[in-house]
Design a protein around this ligand. Structure first.
Ligand SMILES: Nc1nc2c(c(=O)[nH]1)N(C=O)[C@@H](CNc1ccc(C(=O)N[C@@H](CCC(=O)O)C(=O)O)cc1)CN2
Ligand SMILES: Nc1nc2c(ncn2[C@@H]2O[C@H](COP(=O)(O)OP(=O)(O)OP(=O)(O)O)[C@@H](O)[C@H]2O)c(=O)[nH]1
Ligand SMILES: [K+]
Ligand SMILES: [Mg+2]
Length: 457
């Protein structure tokens, strides 16, 4: 069993960087947490050991009394803690030495090292949060844009859990109606078929509404990979620099300047965007440049969106055409750069309908580029913008499962099959909805969710 979560666990709760960070936290959770703190912590003068109080003092080695760190100690007694167990936090000095030594002393004093996600697993098992909230916590830690963080917080505060629990409760009500007929058919009025059908349709509609947030969730969580490609010297690196307001990529007037893929992380309309500047694509005998060109092609293939960049002063050249033919199948925006020295004439293929004009060297056209990207990804999508949460793949799969079970129920009603058939499919939907919140859950699902957390969460 991967998650036999017993005993008192301890871990470093903060990100640790050698020689950096002003404060680092070690925390312990479990029935021995307070004993461990008492063995290690010494306060000068009078100390009041009570819950939700911070004590100032020193950590000393219990045998040698050697001084280990000057700390603040936070005590949170069960059930008023993150895990609902006794929790102590040692707020140490930053860097790695203090936290590592304090953690080591906790382990010697009877704790064991926590598995990744084990604190949050305990919070789940002890009923302080459900699975969607736990997943929200992981999303918040991993968020790469303020909007991603906002959506994660909606999950943490139960904005997704509420409607899912309501849907499951509604299914249970319908199930009760049906099962009552199976058990006590003679004592009850006949089943209202129309009412049951309407209820199930209502539930399915709400499931669709929630399912429609999947796309937004995917965009916010994993972001968008955008590759700038084109022939040498059209201004790809200049575009990356203007867009990221940096000198990230080398720019010169020599064709073939960029030899490798250069990355930059941006946020566009709340969506984390990874931009790849690539080597100009051309036939070349230069070994290094050749490899770079190969990487450009790979970048274009792996990107969610290709910015095919051309030079307004030369217009659409045969090499542009050749590159275009290779990336044509992908979502694409044509960037006509150097618009400051030449006016745009439409020599490019008519089928390209997303065109942006820029003068990267003059920092012009970046807003238009971002608008074009947002229009491109939002065209006909993100219908559920009104919902503030967004589901992930696991939740989407379970909702889809619930939906198909409900469709099956409607079919069995239509086909006038016995009530037992209705209840089997309805139970399938109830189970799938329960998996989302964790009201029904298997060890392997828990393992999958919590092993993705970092240690100390
Ligand atoms: N130092 C520190 N900061 C932290 C955390 C932590 O564990 N330690 N958190 C951890 O991720 C987050 C805050 N989340 C928390 C959620 C619940 C409780 C808690 O004790 N809840 C009790 C109610 C407490 C009370 O009644 O006053 C409960 O729900 O029973 C604590 C932290 C972010 N910041
Ligand atoms: N006038 C003008 N010049 C530009 C513009 N953008 C880039 N340039 C110039 O074009 C030349 C090539 O720019 P780069 O950004 O290095 O072009 P690149 O596409 O990355 O080139 P490679 O990496 O060699 O493929 C440089 O001299 C830039 O200053 C622009 O918008 N207007
Ligand atoms: K260049
Ligand atoms: Mg370049």
């Amino acid at each position: 069993m991967p998650f036999a979560t017993t005993g008192t666990i301890a871990a470093i709760a903060t990100a640790i960087v050698p020689q950096q960070g002003s404060v680092g936290i070690v925390r312990a959770s479990g029935s021995e947490a307070l004993d461990i703190a008492k063995k290690l912590f010494h306060a000068p003068g009078k100390q009041v050991w009570e819950s939700h109080r911070i004590l100032y003092g020193y950590i000393r080695h219990p045998q040698t009394q050697e001084l280990v760190d000057e700390v603040l100690l936070l005590i949170m007694q069960a059930p008023r803690s993150y895990t609902r167990e006794d929790v102590v936090e040692f707020h140490c000095h930053g860097g790695i030495m203090a936290v590592q030594q304090v953690l080591q002393l906790c382990l010697e004093a009877g704790a064991r090292l926590a598995q990744p996600g084990e604190f949050t697993l305990r919070a789940f098992l002890n009923g302080r949060l459900d699975l969607t909230q736990a997943e929200g916590i992981a999303d918040l830690v991993g968020a790469k844009s303020p909007q991603a963080a906002q959506t994660a917080l909606a999950g943490i505060t139960g904005k997704l859990a509420q409607p899912i629990k309501k849907l499951r409760a509604d299914c249970l009500d319908v199930l009760a109606e049906i099962e009552a007929r199976i058990d006590f058919e003679d004592d009850l009025p006949p089943l209202d078929y129309e009412f049951i059908t309407a209820e199930i349709q209502k539930i399915s509609l709400e499931i669709n509404r929630i399912l429609a947030t999947a796309e937004k969730g995917e965009l916010l969580r994993t972001g968008l990979k955008v590759a700038i490609v084109g022939r040498p010297n059209v201004g790809k690196s200049s575009l990356l620099n203007a867009w990221s307001r940096s000198d990230r990529a080398i720019v010169t007037d020599l064709p073939g300047t960029t030899r490798d893929v250069v990355e930059s992380q941006l946020v566009v309309g709340g969506i984390p965007v990874q931009v790849l500047d690539t080597a100009g694509i051309r036939e070349t005998e230069d070994t290094v440049e050749k490899i770079g060109v190969e990487r450009s092609r790979k970048a274009a293939e792996s990107a969610d969106l290709v910015l095919l960049t051309i030079d307004a002063s030369t217009g659409w050249t045969p090499l542009d055409e050749e590159i275009y033919i290779n990336v044509k199948g992908r979502p694409l925006i044509l960037v006509v750069n150097k618009i400051d020295i030449a006016s745009l004439q439409q020599h490019y293929p008519e089928e390209i309908n997303n065109v942006v004009k820029t003068a990267a060297a003059k920092n012009q056209g970046i807003d238009a580029l971002e608008t074009a990207i947002l229009e491109k990804i939002q065209s006909g999508k993100i219908t559920a913008a009104s919902l503030d949460f967004a589901i992930n793949q696991r939740q989407g799969a379970a909702l889809t499962q619930a939906k198909s079970c409900l469709e099956q129920v409607l079919l069995t009603i239509e086909q006038d099959l016995p009530l037992d058939f209705w209840s089997i499919d309805l139970r399938g939907a109830i189970y799938a909805l329960g998996e989302i919140t964790g009201e029904e859950v298997t060890e392997s699902v828990l393992d999958k969710i919590f092993s993705r957390f970092c240690i100390g969460k």
